[in-house]
Design a protein around this ligand. Structure first.
Ligand code: PLP
Length: 289
């Protein structure tokens, strides 16, 4: 049902690193981007197996997951609906969702909290409807994200990845354990107070020595930023030619550079940064640049 995944590993020229590589999951697809495709792949397969034809999911107004679900649905013959958190708004992300044929239902923050109830209320008599949790969190998503490690043709001392819910991190940890690698997995939660990520990962995979969380690179939280961080991002993009976004991947690269300065990682060690895509999310902060 799906085409082969295109996600090359490329070397980044960034002093003082000698062996810094990036797995370009952002190149998988401009809309079904990065880890969102990794997560959706097996979810959609399961929905097809169960003869479902209508994907129902949840997200904020700048959610990469909504655009990814809308595009993936349209490409693979599903219809789609999303519950969008908050007041009705228009923006670039929701325009894309709309163009891909997704029906948008805006719900207040209070009702949004109980996703199962929303699904029941609107779709209990729709036998074709298939529930996909916010961000695609599910056992199928873990399998899809573990495949990132399956694709590697060499071993790395360190793998870095940004985390929102921790689903992608759980998949990467599962992959590292499955292949019995010595690789350290460094996870950068983008939310403030990101230690909950460890519990989230533990829901799916046994925690192990491989995992290291770095809680101090959130820059104020999910949709927050600072002037200093914005100038870091501009410099990084202009000097590497690699586009990163202020919500996720830029925080990961900042952490890599900072941890090298602190001596936690060495410049000659082999490092792989997972570019989880999601570049359209940049529109949510366009006024900051
Ligand atoms: C959604 C997203 C993440 C977070 O993934 P989780 O599995 O929720 O931790 C990371 N990076 C990008 C670019 C994303 O869009």
């Amino acid at each position: 049902m799906f085409e082969e995944i295109y996600s090359p590993v490329q070397k980044i020229n960034l002093a003082p690193f000698n062996n810094l590589f990036v797995k370009r999951d952002d190149l998988i697809d401009p809309y079904i981007s990065g880890n969102k495709w990794r997560k959706l792949k097996h979810i959609l397969t399961k929905a097809k197996t169960e003869n479902k034809t209508h994907l129902v999911t949840f997200g904020g107004a700048y959610s990469n997951h909504l655009v990814a679900t809308a595009a993936a649905a349209a490409r693979t013959g599903f219809t789609s609906t999303a519950f969008v958190r908050g007041e009705e708004v228009k923006n670039e992300m929701l325009l894309l969702c709309h163009l891909f044929g997704m029906k948008l239902i805006f719900v207040d923050r209070e009702s949004y909290r109980d996703k199962n109830l929303l699904f029941e209320k609107h779709f209990s008599d729709d036998a074709d409807a298939y529930f996909i949790d916010e961000g695609g969190a599910s056992p199928e998503a873990i399998i899809g994200c573990a495949e990132i490690i399956d694709e590697l043709t060499t071993t790395y001392d360190h793998v870095f990845c940004a985390a929102g819910t921790g689903t992608t991190a759980a998949g990467l940890l599962a992959g590292i354990q499955k292949h019995h690698l010595k690789t350290k997995l460094h996870i950068i939660p983008v939310l403030k107070g990101g230690s909950f990520i460890a519990d989230e990962i533990a829901n799916y995979v046994a925690l192990s020595q491989h995992l290291q969380l770095h809680l101090d690179y959130h820059f104020g939280g999910y949709a927050k930023t600072t002037d200093k961080f914005i100038s870091f991002i501009k410099d990084f993009i202009a000097s590497t030619g690699l586009l990163v976004d202020p919500v996720y991947t830029a925080k990961m690269f900042f952490a890599i550079i900072d941890l090298q300065k602190q001596g936690v990682i060495k410049k000659e060690e082999k490092i792989l940064a997972i570019h989880t895509g999601g570049l359209l999310g940049m529109f949510g902060m366009k006024d900051k640049f």
